[in-house]
Design a protein around this ligand. Structure first.
Ligand SMILES: NC(=O)c1ccc[n+]([C@@H]2O[C@H](COP(=O)([O-])OP(=O)(O)OC[C@H]3O[C@@H](n4cnc5c(N)ncnc54)[C@H](OP(=O)(O)O)[C@@H]3O)[C@@H](O)[C@H]2O)c1
Length: 291
């Protein structure tokens, strides 16, 4: 089994490559990226590093050649990423890949109002129709988002404001998602399976603010506002339409319970428990304390 990890200079994919190399030989790993120079350290360790861009389908046959299993990391650009994912799936099938491991999202459900979900649903459809074996990793809400993006400005203001109204989610370290992806890529029996990859506990943003206050020594309160009020505040702050829609719809989806799956997948597949969000806060203590 030779595995290809695509979008390999991204945070999730690169961490997956590091974990995969603890489990398999460098000869069995191909890293595909738009930026091979960023992965020179892997090349020095004997890993094959190749250029590949989903927006240049002609670059993909050579990129995937010889691989039998592929990690397809979902991309960022809403709408357009379905075309990018399709290009990758078609090229992988043509190159002889037999099994795709797709990093999906915990909220993926046709009833979920989050604006990031439809692209995942369409990607699931094209993967299901591809004739390839597929494993879905429904990754939970990254703990990195509150810790490194939401909390620093909230601490600086003294209040975290959103529209989630004490709804809860099982925030997971992206690195734990990577460890799970590596375990799936380097072992057998995962074809046709779907795994919900979550953190170890359900937390609201009020809980997260309280934990951050304890870790950083900086007081930070929590206020929930209506969707319309949050939308207006974000508009006032100059947040672009698509990002605003993503943030507001995330709160609506969390309130509807789409962040609530809580599983032991990390421990079951990696042998160690999922790490709590406070570990990440400790790691970023200077960012939080000096916000
Ligand atoms: N669960 C959550 O809470 C959550 C939160 C945020 C994002 N996500 C999803 O998780 C994914 C991975 O997260 P991450 O933190 O690892 O993101 P990241 O560090 O931004 O990595 C994304 C990677 O996408 C690749 N990419 C961009 N355009 C490409 C193209 N045209 N063709 C091929 N690859 C392309 C790039 O890899 P190369 O430069 O190596 O080509 C980039 O490094 C995101 O893309 C997003 O879909 C999930």
């Amino acid at each position: 089994m030779r595995i290809a990890i695509a979008s390999a200079s991204g945070a999730l994919a690169k961490a997956t490559a590091v974990y995969a190399l603890e489990r398999t030989s460098a000869d069995d790993v191909i890293l595909v990226t738009r930026n091979p120079g960023a992965l020179a350290e892997f090349a020095r360790r004997g890993v094959t590093v190749r250029y590949g861009d989903y927006d240049e389908p002609e670059s993909l046959p050579a990129a995937f050649e010889g691989a039998t299993r592929l990690l397809l990391v979902s991309l960022h650009e809403l709408g357009h990423r379905v075309t990018q994912h399709r290009n990758a799936v078609e090229a992988a099938a043509a190159a002889g890949v037999r099994h795709i491991v797709y990093t999906s999202y915990i909220m993926v459900d046709p009833a979920c109002p989050s604006t990031v979900v439809p692209d995942h649903l369409r990607t699931h459809e094209l993967l299901d129709a591809s004739g390839l074996d597929v494993t879905y990793l429904r990754n939970g809400l990254y703990a990195e988002t509150p810790v490194t993006q939401i909390l620093p400005p909230a601490i600086a203001r003294g209040t975290l404001v959103d529209n989630t109204d004490h709804a809860k989610g099982a925030f997971v370290h992206r690195d734990d998602c990577a460890a799970v992806a590596a375990a799936v890529l380097t072992s057998s029996g995962h074809e046709g399976r779907t795994y919900d990859v979550t953190g170890p506990e359900l937390l609201s943003f009020a809980d997260i603010a309280a934990l951050a206050a304890r870790v950083s020594g900086r007081p930070v309160g929590y206020v929930s506002v209506d969707d319309e009020v949050l939308d207006a505040q974000l508009r006032e702050a100059g947040v672009p339409d698509d990002v605003r829609g993503m943030i507001v719809s995330f709160g609506v989806a969390l309130r509807a319970g789409f962040g609530e799956p809580l599983t032991d997948t990390v421990r079951e597949l990696t042998g160690r428990p999922a790490r709590p969000i406070t570990d990440l806060m400790e790691r970023h203590r200077p960012l939080l304390a000096n916000a």
